[in-house]
Write a protein that binds this ligand. Structure first.
Ligand code: NAD
Length: 448
C-alpha cells in the first residue's frame, strides 16, 4: 500500500533528526503560512461548495485561527522547546534535573468536516511545531476542502514530512491498523471509541476531541439582552454545526417569556434567511433529514422553515421541551435550540450533572454565588461565563473534552505538549557520593 510506504518514509526521515531543528520547524511553519495566504481564494471556494460557508465566517473561524496558531508557535517555539530546569531532591545531590520536550515521531491527525481547515490544520501546526512528521486524513464528508488541503500540502511539502491522505471510512479503517506515535482524532464519540480501540493495539497514545450536549444556562440575574445576542451568535454560527455550540438552553422560569422574545429579536436582526450568503447550510442530505426529523412542530416557538434543495434550516427554537423528548437524546449539531425552564438553579445544575460530561458549558449571570456553583459543581471540557464559544479562541486556555467528550487537549502551549514527550534527565557530578546508597548495608547505615 502506497500509504504504508509514506509512513515508513516518515519514520526514516524522523530518524535523520532534521525535524528536531528549530530552524527547520520554523521554516515549514512559515511555508504553511505563505501557502494558506497564497491559496486563500481556493480555500474559500472549496468550503463554499461544501456547505455554503461564507468568506467572512471562513476567515474569522478558520483562516485567521490557523494563521494565529502559526504566529503563536513562530513566536514561542524557542521558549516552548527549551529544556525546563526543575529542582533536584536531596538524595540526588550533587546533580541537576531537566525536562526535555521531545517530538514523538509520526503523527496521524484525523479531521472532522464542520470546521474542516481549523480542525485538520490546527493540530498539524502544533505537531510540526513540536518537531513531528504527520499524516493528515481530513473528513471526506467535506470533499472539496479535503481536496483543497491535499492539493496545497501534497504539492508543496515533502511526503516524508507531511502528507494528506484522502479517504473515507474504508481508508481510515486501514490506516488505523498501522502504527503511529500518536493519533489525534476530532469527531463523534462513536467513532472516537473505534479510534481508541485501534490505537490500543499498538499502545499508541491518543487525543480524542469529541462532542456532546453542551448546555447554556441563563438565570434571572443575567444581563438578558447580552445573553440573547451571544447565545444566538454561538448557536447559529456555522448553522449550529459547531462542536462547542450551546446544544440546549436552560432558562429560569421567571424570565423565560421575556428571554425567548429577545432570542427571536436577534435571530431576525442577524438575517439568517435561506438566501443569505452569510448563513451556512447543512453539510449533506443525511444530516438535513436527521435534523428535520428532530423538529417537533407542536413545540416550535420560532422558525421551523426548511428548504431541502438548499439544505437550509431556519434557526429554530423549540419551547416546553423535557428530557424525554427525542431532541434531548443526542447531540443536535444543527440550528435547533431546545428550551427547558427551571425554577431552582441548583436543581438545574443537578440535571446537567446527571448527563454525560459535555465538551462545553455556558452560564449567563451576574451573581457571584451562581458563577461559583457552576464552576465548582459541573464537569465539562471548557466554557464561558457570560459568553458562548469564545473560550476556544484564547490560545492560553487548553481546549479539549472530559469523560465522553474527549481525552487530552491542545491549542497554544497545550498543543505543543500534546505532541511532545516530556523526557526527564537527571545529571550527576562524578564526586560527592553518599556511601549509604551502596551495599553492603548495615544497621548503622539504616539508622542514618
Ligand atoms: P465523525 O466521527 O463521523 O467523523 C470524523 C472522522 O472519522 C472523519 O475523518 C471520518 O472519515 C472518520 N470516520 C468516520 N467513521 C469512521 C469509522 N467507522 N472508522 C474510522 N474512521 C471513521 O464526525 P463528524 O461527523 O465529522 O463530526 C461531528 C462530530 O464531531 C460531532 O459529534 C462533534 O461534536 C464532534 N466534533 C468535535 C470537535 C472537538 O474539537 N471536540 C470539533 C468538531 C466536531
Amino acid at each position: 500500500m502506497e500509504i504504508e510506504r509514506i509512513i515508513q518514509d516518515q519514520r526514516d526521515f524522523f530518524k535523520t533528526q532534521q525535524t528536531k531543528n528549530i530552524k527547520f520547524r520554523k521554516m515549514y511553519l512559515e511555508k504553511m503560512k505563505d501557502l494558506i495566504i497564497k491559496h486563500e481564494d481556493l480555500l474559500y471556494e472549496a468550503i463554499y461548495k461544501d456547505f455554503g460557508k461564507s468568506k467572512f465566517d471562513t476567515f474569522t473561524t478558520e483562516i485567521s485561527f490557523i494563521l494565529n496558531d502559526i504566529d503563536y508557535y513562530l513566536k514561542n517555539l524557542q521558549s516552548l522547546s527549551k529544556p525546563k530546569k526543575v529542582s533536584t531532591n536531596l538524595v540526588n545531590q550533587l546533580g541537576s534535573s531537566k525536562v526535555y520536550a521531545e517530538p514523538l515521531g509520526c503523527i496521524l491527525v484525523i479531521g472532522a468536516w464542520n470546521y474542516p481547515y481549523q480542525l485538520s490544520l490546527s493540530p498539524i501546526i502544533a505537531a510540526i511545531a513540536a518537531g513531528n512528521c504527520c499524516i493528515l486524513k481530513p473528513s471526506e464528508i467535506a470533499e472539496n476542502t479535503m481536496k483543497a488541503m491535499s492539493k496545497i500540502i501534497n504539492e508543496n511539502f515533502p511526503s516524508e514530512y507531511l502528507y494528506v491522505y484522502e479517504g473515507g471510512i474504508d481508508e481510515t479503517t486501514e490506516l488505523l491498523k498501522l502504527k503511529f506515535d500518536k493519533i489525534f482524532f476530532t469527531g463523534s464519540t462513536k467513532v472516537g471509541k473505534i479510534v481508541y480501540k485501534a490505537a490500543a493495539e499498538h499502545l499508541t497514545p491518543v487525543v480524542l476531541e469529541l462532542g456532546g450536549k453542551s448546555p447554556v444556562i441563563v438565570t434571572k440575574n443575567a444581563n438578558l439582552d447580552v445573553a440573547a445576542k451571544r447565545i444566538v451568535w454561538g448557536k447559529f454560527l456555522n448553522a449550529g454545526q459547531t462542536c462547542v455550540a450551546p446544544d440546549y438552553l436552560l432558562i429560569e422560569e421567571a424570565v423565560q417569556e421575556q428571554f425567548l422574545e429577545m432570542l427571536r429579536k436577534y435571530i431576525l436582526e442577524f438575517k439568517y434567511d435561506a438566501d443569505s450568503e452569510q448563513y451556512t447550510k447543512i453539510i449533506n442530505q443525511r444530516n438535513f433529514q436527521r435534523l428535520a426529523s428532530l423538529i417537533d412542530k407542536d413545540k416550535i416557538y420560532f422558525g421551523g422553515n426548511l428548504n431541502e434543495e438548499k439544505r437550509y434550516i431556519e434557526p429554530t427554537i423549540l419551547n416546553t421541551i423535557d428530557w424525554n423528548d427525542e431532541i434531548m437524546q443526542e447531540e443536535i449539531f444543527g440550528p435547533i435550540l431546545p428550551v427547558i425552564s427551571f425554577k431552582n438553579y441548583n436543581i438545574a445544575l443537578n440535571t446537567v450533572l446527571e448527563q454525560e460530561k459535555p465538551l462545553a458549558a455556558y452560564l449567563f449571570t451576574n451573581n457571584n454565588e451562581e458563577k461559583e456553583q457552576f464552576t465548582k459543581k459541573l464537569s465539562f471540557g471548557g466554557g464561558c461565563i457570560n459568553d458562548t464559544v469564545m473560550h476556544l479562541s484564547n490560545d492560553n486556555l487548553p481546549f479539549g473534552g472530559v469523560g465522553s467528550s474527549g481525552i487530552g487537549n491542545y491549542h497554544g502551549k497545550y498543543g505543543f505538549d500534546a505532541f511532545s514527550h516530556q523526557k526527564a534527565i537527571l545529571e550527576k557530578l562524578t564526586w560527592g557520593e553518599p556511601s549509604i546508597k551502596y551495599p553492603p548495608y548495615s544497621e548503622k547505615k539504616l539508622s542514618w
